[in-house]
Design a protein around this ligand. Structure first.
Ligand SMILES: Cc1cc2nc3c(=O)[nH]c(=O)nc-3n(C[C@H](O)[C@H](O)[C@H](O)COP(=O)(O)O)c2cc1C
Length: 116
């Protein structure tokens, strides 16, 4: 079975075809996923909204934890890495990634950079 990871990164919630001031990239990514599902209905879809719920930025504690070998990690390190482990597992599961990413000041939103 194909797994599709659908990511939205706009700071605006709502889609521009549904609400005034809604997001165009949310509308476009949803449209792509809808079309894909009409052709491949057996696809499993995972959804991640980094625009509305940004992952925390990299911290010194996170780096310390990530660069400690897995067998030597203390409990606080595992806790520190919990969220990024969930996000990485989603990417590893995905056969296809569909990302709606606006351009802010000639680059991706800070929320999306935090995700990357
Ligand atoms: C803070 C901010 C910065 C932006 N910077 C750029 C830019 O550098 N280049 C560009 O082409 N559009 C820029 N835009 C326009 C957005 O890319 C455009 O409004 C897009 O539709 C936003 O995505 P959304 O509709 O999914 O929220 C900017 C918009 C905002 C709010």
């Amino acid at each position: 079975m194909t797994t599709l990871l659908h990511i939205d990164a706009s700071a605006r919630d709502g889609r521009s075809d549904k609400t005034s001031h809604g997001s165009h990239t949310r509308r476009l990514s949803a449209r792509f996923v809808q079309q894909w599902l009409s052709l491949h209905p057996e696809t499993k879809v995972l959804y991640r909204d980094v625009g509305q719920k940004a992952p925390p930025p990299v911290t010194g504690k996170w780096i310390h934890a990530a660069f400690t070998p897995e067998h030597a990690r203390e409990d606080w390190m595992k806790e520190e890495l919990r969220m990024s482990d969930v996000l990485i597992d989603e990417v590893l599961c995905a056969d296809l990634i569909v990302a709606g990413i606006p351009m802010y000041n000639f680059g991706p939103p800070a929320q999306f950079k935090a995700y990357i």
